[in-house]
Design a binder for this molecule. Sequence first.
Ligand code: MF3
Ligand code: CO
Ligand code: CO
Length: 273
Amino acid sequence: MTQPLYTTVMDPQEGQLRLHGPAAFEAMRRAGQLAAEVLDHLTPHVLPEVATIDLDTMAWEYVRAAGASSATVFYRGFSHSLCISVNHVVCHGIPGPKKLKSGDIVNIDVTVVVDGWYGDTSRMFLVGDVPLKARRLVEVTHECLMLGIAAAKPGNTLGDVGHAIQTHAEQNRMSVVRDFCGHGLGQDFHTAPNVVHIGRPGRGVVLRPGMFFTIEPMINAGGPAVKLLDDGWTAVTRDRSLSAQFEHSIGITETGAEIFTASPKGWHAPPYL
Ligand code: MF3
Ligand code: CO
Ligand code: CO
């Protein structure tokens, strides 16, 4: 008999939550690693005058060459391997012919499927000379992600994770987007629990070893409100202020969290090169 990949636990708000075993951790390491490699591979190419569609093509070719697939091609009508969200775009920016320019801050989000397991990660990139205020937003957003991950351990709750993120963002006079959340993942792309990036200590799902989910805070320089463009995907800040995001896929261990999507090159936050 093979070991079951997971057992389940019932949460009053979130329903059935999966508690994954060692074989599932092994599978997520492979998926997370490939997703992180895609971002490493793109890093030297995120430059002024590069069209975002060309980054998407490069990502797709890298994923194909690895014998894996993209989770977002054909996902609910999305048709690209990457979401590329520039400046005031909060998330789900669609790759296209528009070229990056000096001063842009860019989120690239990739999700790959390896042997049926999902690896989902995003990072910010600085294009050319970026003003200090925008660089600071990117830096604080990465700190928010890492503080959220530090709070993700057995016995803590998702409220503790959200609280850590919200406190740091608001202490820096930035705001946390409410309309998009992190999510459980594993053999599904988006599953329970919903990972809200604000919260109160002790509230929400109690974390247990074997839970897999993303943390992916979107932090705005202005207010938290977003609106959706007519393409049905692109979310932008209502006040057109800059927005930043980082994302990792993690698994709760006996003592804390394992990051499945850490950069093999150590390129965790800019500047990278
Ligand atoms: N990768 C995104 C996430 O973090 C989801 C993108 S769905 C898409 O959950 F269709 F917009 F690509
Ligand atoms: Co995600
Ligand atoms: Co993502």
